[in-house]
Ligand binder design. Structure first.
Ligand code: FE
Length: 145
């Protein structure tokens, strides 16, 4: 699903395999390395993606699928731990994607299938496991310190 190199303690460069789904591959990598707190950034190209928008007035998520070739002009996010006791990596990723007409769209990244390449940079914060807790006021799963 991916190849990687550790460039310094806790710092990784990843090259994801073509046609894999980005969140699935990143989750598998975090599980392999036991990463429950960290940051991720990257670039790449995808052929389909689902983005998510949270409407603060309704606290409802609105998801939208895009089926077209797009450049990942930016992918930024963080890695924490699910709050359900399963101790699984929890990804919170935002993405901006460039279309054929050079306009950009973006949102939360729910899923995206690589068509070309995807190069990610992961920094592990090894001294921490950071969890999340649902916040009634915002409707978000916020960091729990
Ligand atoms: Fe967000």
């Amino acid at each position: 699903m991916y190849k990687y190199k550790e460039t310094a303690p806790g710092r990784y460069v990843l090259s994801l395999d073509n046609h894999v789904e980005i969140c699935e591959a990143l989750c598998a990598f975090c599980k392999e390395k036991g990463i429950f707190a960290g940051v991720v950034s990257g670039i790449g190209a995808v052929s389909e993606a689902v983005f998510r928008f949270l409407d603060p007035s309704t606290k409802q998520y609105v998801d939208k699928r895009f089926e077209e070739q797009m450049e990942i002009t930016n992918l930024t996010g963080n890695i924490s731990c699910t709050d359900d006791g399963s101790r699984a990596p929890y990804l919170h990723i935002h993405i901006t994607a460039g279309r054929r007409d050079y306009t950009c769209i973006g949102g939360h990244l729910l899923s995206a299938r690589i068509n070309g390449a995807c190069e990610l940079f992961v920094e592990h914060f090894p001294a921490a496991v950071i969890g999340r807790r649902f916040d009634e006021q915002t409707g978000l799963k916020l960091y729990e310190f």
